[in-house]
Design a protein around this ligand. Structure first.
Ligand SMILES: *Cc1c(COP(=O)(O)O)cnc(C)c1O
Length: 473
């Protein structure tokens, strides 16, 4: 686009609506993208109205807009109460899960200024955001394995990995990939003994597990009731059903949060004090989140979680009945990972795609098969029959099919050297894609590459996607 003279608002909105037709109208289907739909009328309207009311509010100006600080304190207190943080607990509203993780890394790194080469311990099931935090903040990582059957972090490996440079251990409740809760109490005891911070990443489960417990389910201990848990991240933008841009990073006490902040008064402009990465930020996001939380309330979340768990169980039970499909591990909340047994996984993925359920797989890792992932939400009931039917038909159709790529090609892709020229890698990737297959063969090609080459291939794709076009529209 080249900037032209201004257009009437109605025309711009019409153009926007036209652009939006490019997007999947049913993007809220389970497993496609993580959309959290309450299925309740009025929630989206409320969020939109609240955002509109706070459109111009910038939390940077704490004296002009004290109300956002009021809302932040309320939201944080509601969360620390839910997670049994007690009076001393505190936290911050952030723009999303990744920022919550990033800030926990910063707080851990800067909380131990005497450690010259800070390091954090990440089970391979930790969310990618933690690697990003390590990358951005110059913290080294030690990656520890997970049990190939339970998918939980390996306690002994973490024990062995903790050393004098360790500033943070990360566990998840639950981990995203397979929906299982890490052995938090056991590792917390280790961390306490060694004086290392333990962060529990409950970005996705933090607003589900407390209500599960209230509904009478057994939930293995994971929150601030476990001594040794120093911080917890919870995304309200997931099972809090708020709009994107709402997450919390919580700490057991104010001392642990100190090093998260940044204050600067030594330049020629205004002094700043930031709790988060952004300085100017959209107050409307918090207003929308605060409003949705108040509207849904404890009883609302309880109902939503009950409905979500019911749907999760139905999908898991449905999958169990389909020959050739299995649920990985024993999902402990609302997330399910499914893989194939005796059926080529990527042929199955292809069949699923051709039935209107094109899904991005979770790639294989050492000892762990590739899988598809479902994040269930309360509004998903309407999709259940078609989902289970598509899974069943795709499994049956895939059983009769040959693998998408022959083994020689897969071996060739696996063996590519890490220093291969990007153009050559791209050529080989393009060459290997099976014509007529949905995105499944592309996923298989990426899955067959070593991790650095997977990343190079994904980078090339994404860099192209985000390069400005030269055409004028
Ligand atoms: C969603 C999620 C995150 C953060 O992802 P964002 O897309 O930045 O919100 C971190 N950890 C876990 C376990 C998650 O599920």
């Amino acid at each position: 686009m080249t900037l032209k003279n201004g257009l009437p608002a109605a025309q711009v909105l019409a153009d926007l609506a036209e652009l939006h037709t490019m997007d999947d109208p049913d993007a809220d289907r389970p497993g496609l993208v993580n959309m959290y739909d309450t299925g309740m009328p009025g929630v989206e309207r409320l969020a939109t109205d609240a955002f509109g009311m706070y459109l111009h509010v910038n939390p940077l100006y704490s004296t002009t807009f004290p109300s956002v600080y009021d809302m932040e304190r309320e939201v944080v207190r509601a969360a620390t109460d839910l997670l049994h943080g007690g009076e001393a607990a505190t936290g911050s509203w952030t723009s999303g899960g990744s920022e919550s993780c990033l800030l926990a890394v910063k707080a851990a790194r800067d909380g131990r200024p005497e450690v010259a080469k800070p390091r954090m311990i990440l089970p391979i099931s930790a969310h990618a955001a933690w690697w990003k935090g390590a990358h951005y903040l110059g913290v080294d990582t030690t990656v520890t394995p997970i049990d190939p059957h339970t998918f939980r972090a390996d306690i002994d490996a973490i024990r062995d990995a903790i050393d004098e440079n360790t500033v943070l251990v990360v566990l998840s409740a639950p981990q995203y990939g397979h929906g299982v809760i890490d052995p938090i109490a056991e590792v917390a005891a280790l961390c306490l003994e060694r004086g290392v911070r333990l962060h529990v990443d409950a970005c996705i489960g933090g607003w589900v597990l407390p209500f599960m417990e209230q509904l009478g389910h057994t939930v293995r201990p994971w929150d601030f009731r476990v001594p040794g848990v120093s911080s917890i991240s919870v995304d309200l933008q997931k099972y809090g059903y708020t709009t994107k841009g709402c997450s919390l990073v919580l700490y057991r006490d104010r001392e642990l949060r100190r090093s998260q902040f940044f204050v600067h008064a030594g330049w020629t402009g205004y002094p700043i004090a930031n709790s988060t990465v952004q300085s100017s930020k959209p107050g409307g996001l918090l207003a929308a989140g605060w409003s949705v939380m108040r509207h849904l309330g404890a009883d609302g979340y309880l109902r939503l979680v009950e409905e979500t768990l019911d749907l999760t169980r139905q999908v898991a039970d449905g999958v169990d009945e389909i020959p050739g499909l299995i649920v990985l591990g024993r999902p402990e909340s609302s997330l399910i990972a499914v893989t194939t047994v005796g059926i080529d996984f990527f042929a199955f993925l292809d069949e699923l795609g051709s039935r209107g359920w094109a899904m991005q797989p979770q790639l294989s890792q050492p000892g762990i098969p590739p899988s598809i992932h479902f994040t269930m939400a309360a509004g998903h009931r309407k999709y259940l029959p078609s989902l289970l039917e598509a899974l069943s038909q795709a499994a049956e159709a895939a059983r009769a099919r040959k693998p998408l790529l022959d083994i020689a090609r897969i071996e060739m892709l696996r063996a590519l050297p890490a220093d291969i020229a990007p153009e050559r890698l791209n050529e080989l990737v393009q060459d290997s894609i099976v014509p007529g297959s949905d995105t499944a063969s592309l996923h298989l090609v990426v899955d067959s590459l070593s991790v650095p080459l997977r990343e190079a291939a994904i980078f090339a794709y994404f860099e192209g996607l985000t390069a400005p076009t030269t055409t004028t529209k």
